[in-house]
Design a protein around this ligand. Structure first.
Ligand code: ACO
Length: 429
C-alpha cells in the first residue's frame, strides 16, 4: 500500500488536505473521511459511482479491460484448473490450499451439510408456490436461531465455523426449497460425493431410482459456481458488509445478501434473461426487441446486458458462452432460445446505441440457458447464484471482522424535504 501526495480541496474559504491511498493495482482513492469535519460538506455519490467503501484484498476487477481476479489469480485460470471448493478456500483464506488443507476443508464442509430437522417444519410453513428466493431469505436468516450458542464474533474459530456452515448448508437449503415447491420429499446430503454432485443429487434424485447424471452437468455447474463466487463490492456483498458493520451475526448478514441479490438489476437478471428470451421467442423478433430496448419510453432493457463495472466484455460471459455450447452439444439439447440469444448478442454488439454505452453481455446472459439445459427451473436461477456467491459473502464478512477500520456503515444524505415549519392542528388544514 503506497501513500501519494495529498490533494488539496478548497470549499468556500476552507482548504483541506485529503490523503490519496493506492492499492496494489487499480485506481487510487481520495480519503474524504475528514471532509465533513474540516469543511462542513458531505460528498454526494448516488449508487456509489466513485466511492470505495472499504479496503479489500479478495477480488480485483478492471472493468475497462475486462479483467477479474480472485486473490490475484485470473478467473480464466481458476475456471480452467480449479474447482468451486478450492476457489472458496482461496477466497476465504487468501491462498490456494495444499493437498492436506484442501482435504481437511472438503471434509469439514461435507460434514456440515445437514440441516437441523426442525428446519423441515419451518420450510413446510411456506405456501407451496412460494418463490425459492423468498424461502432462502427466511431460511438463512433462521440459521442464527439454530447456532445461537456459537455466535461469539470475537472468537475467530466461531467466525470460521459459521462461514463453513453457511458454505455447507446453503446448497442443502436451496435444494430443499426446490423440492418442497414441487412436492418431492427432501433428499439428505450424501457425503460420498463432491460438493456440486451432491447438490445435483439433492435436487434431482428420487427415492425410487438412482440418478443418472451426465458428467457435463456437474462440470458446468462447478464452472458457473466458480464464476459467480465473488465480485468485490457488488450490491449484495456491500449489503452483507453493511449489515456486518453493525455486529449482526453472519447468518443475518448472508440472508440480507440473498435479499439484495434477488433484484432484477443484480442476481435476478438470470431469471429475467430467460423470460426475455422466451418473450422474444424467435430469431426474427430480435430486431424489434433491440429497438424496444433503445426506446427509453418502453421501460424495457435487454436483460443480461450492461454492467456497472464492466465497460467491456464481462470475462465471465466469455467463459460461460463456450461452456453453454458444450453443455447443449453433450446433452443433445437443441434449444431455440440459444439461437435467439446468439442473434440478440450479435445484433446488440453491432448496434451504435449499445456500442456507445459500452453495453456488453454480462455473466447472466448465458447462465440461464445452461441452467435450463440442466433442468433447473427458472425460479431457481437466482438461488444458484446465491449458492455460489455465499463463498464471496462469507469471505468478505470474515475480512471485515479483522478490519481495524471497520465502522458501522452509515451514509449521509442531501436533504430535499421541507424546511422547519410549524404543526397545524387537523381542524385548520
Ligand atoms: N438495455 C438497454 N439500455 C441499457 C441497458 C440495457 N440492459 N443497460 C444500461 N442501458 C443504458 C441506460 O438506459 C443508460 O442510457 P443513457 O445513458 O442514454 O441514459 C446507459 O445505458 C447507462 O445505464 P445505467 O443504468 O446508468 O448503468 P448502471 O451502471 O447504473 O446499470 C445495470 C448497470 C443495472 C447492470 C444495467 O446495465 C441494467 O439494468 N442491465 C440489465 C440487467 C442486468 O443484466 N443485470 C445484471 C447485472 S450483472 C450481475 O448482477 C451479476
Amino acid at each position: 500500500m503506497t501513500e501519494n501526495k495529498p490533494v488539496i480541496l478548497t470549499a468556500d474559504d476552507k482548504s483541506v488536505e485529503l490523503a490519496i491511498h493506492s492499492g496494489t493495482i487499480g485506481p487510487s482513492c481520495v480519503d474524504i473521511s475528514k471532509l465533513y469535519k474540516e469543511t462542513g460538506h458531505f460528498t454526494y455519490d448516488p449508487g456509489f459511482m466513485s466511492t470505495a467503501s472499504c479496503r479489500s484484498a479478495i477480488t480485483y476487477i478492471d472493468g475497462d479491460a475486462g479483467v477479474l481476479m480472485y486473490r490475484g489469480y485470473p478467473i480464466e485460470q481458476l475456471a480452467k484448473h480449479s474447482n468451486f471448493l478450492e476457489v472458496s478456500y482461496l477466497l476465504m483464506n487468501g491462498e490456494l490450499p495444499s493437498a492436506n488443507q484442501y482435504s481437511t476443508f472438503e471434509h469439514e464442509v461435507t460434514h456440515h451439510t445437514m440441516m437441523h430437522e426442525a428446519f423441515r417444519t419451518f420450510l413446510y410453513g411456506f405456501r407451496h408456490d412460494a418463490h425459492p428466493m423468498a424461502m432462502m431469505t427466511g431460511m438463512l436468516g433462521s440459521l442464527a436461531a439454530f447456532y445461537h450458542g456459537d455466535l461469539d464474533l470475537e472468537d475467530p474459530e466461531q467466525r470460521r465455523l459459521a462461514a463453513i456452515r453457511l458454505l455447507a448448508k446453503v446448497p442443502t437449503i436451496a435444494a430443499a426449497c426446490h423440492r418442497y415447491s414441487i412436492g418431492w420429499p427432501i433428499r439428505y446430503p450424501r457425503n460420498n460425493i463432491e460438493y456440486v454432485d451432491r447438490f445435483l443429487h439433492m435436487m434431482f434424485e428420487v427415492p425410487s431410482e438412482p440418478l443418472m447424471l451426465s458428467p457435463v452437468a456437474a462440470k458446468a455447474l462447478d464452472l458457473l459456481f466458480i464464476l459467480h463466487a465473488d465480485h468485490e463490492q457488488n450490491a449484495s456483498t456491500s449489503t452483507v458488509r453493511l449489515v456486518g458493520s453493525t455486529g449482526a451475526n453472519p447468518y443475518a448478514c448472508v440472508a440480507a445478501g440473498v435479499a439484495a441479490l434477488w433484484g432484477p438489476a443484480h442476481g435476478g437478471a438470470n431469471e429475467a434473461v430467460l423470460q426475455m428470451l422466451n418473450e422474444i421467442g424467435r430469431p426474427e423478433n430480435v430486431g424489434s426487441a433491440i429497438d424496444k430496448a433503445k426506446d427509453k419510453n418502453s421501460g424495457f432493457r435487454l436483460m443480461g446486458f450492461g454492467h456497472r463495472v464492466y465497460k467491456n466484455f464481462d470475462p465471465r460471459a466469455k467463459i460461460i458462452r463456450e461452456m453453454c455450447h458444450q453443455v447443449l452439444a453433450e446433452l443433445g439439447v437443441n434449444d431455440p432460445l440459444l439461437e435467439v440469444a446468439m442473434r440478440l448478442e450479435e445484433a446488440a454488439l453491432k448496434d451504435e446505441y449499445f456500442i456507445a454505452r459500452k453495453l456488453y453481455p454480462n455473466v447472466d446472459f448465458y447462465s440461464g440457458i445452461i441452467y435450463k439445459a440442466l433442468n433447473i427451473p427458472a425460479e431457481m436461477f437466482t438461488v444458484m447464484f446465491a449458492i455460489a456467491r455465499t463463498a464471496g459473502w462469507v469471505s468478505h464478512w470474515l475480512e471485515q471482522q479483522n478490519d481495524p477500520e471497520n465502522k458501522i456503515g452509515r451514509p449521509r444524505q442531501l436533504y430535499t424535504g421541507a424546511a422547519a415549519r410549524d404543526y397545524t392542528p387537523i381542524a385548520g388544514r
